[in-house]
Design a protein around this ligand. Structure first.
Ligand SMILES: [Fe+2]
Length: 132
């Protein structure tokens, strides 16, 4: 059973960005399985590499989308993305130092940040005509 499921209530009314968000949910589920299976540091190192690449592309695409629709909250939104990148950088550094709690702290941070960010920020760029 998945730890966290994407659902329509997280939709930002854009197929590409929704599919990238689904990819982030999938990464969280992989991390959850890895924690249950007590996989070691090698998995976490790979996860941070994958997450870093994935998020870089996603934030770039999302910010481009907001620029295209001239969304007024872009600077505030970019600051949120930067906060995420910095927080992941700190978790990644802890992983490299061999911190054994980093998996649990990472899944906790990712889950809360992603849901709060999608619901509180991302969904604001849905055109009014498509908002639920
Ligand atoms: Fe975003």
């Amino acid at each position: 059973m998945a730890y966290i499921d994407w659902s329509e209530r997280y939709s930002v009314s854009d197929k590409h960005l929704d599919s990238q968000h689904k990819g982030l949910f999938a990464l969280i589920n992989q991390l959850h399985e890895a924690i249950l299976e007590r996989r070691g540091r090698d998995f976490m190192v790979e996860l941070f590499a994958e997450l870093g690449k994935y998020v870089e592309q996603h934030f770039r695409d999302e910010e481009a989308h907001m620029r295209r629709i001239s969304h007024a909250e872009l600077p505030r939104h970019q600051a949120d993305h930067k906060y995420f990148i910095d927080a992941i950088g700190e978790l990644r550094a802890r992983c490299e130092e061999g911190d054994g709690n980093v998996g649990v702290d990472t899944i906790d941070f990712l889950t809360h940040w992603l849901i709060d960010h999608i619901m509180g920020r991302d969904r604001k760029y849905i055109p009014d005509s498509q908002a639920a």
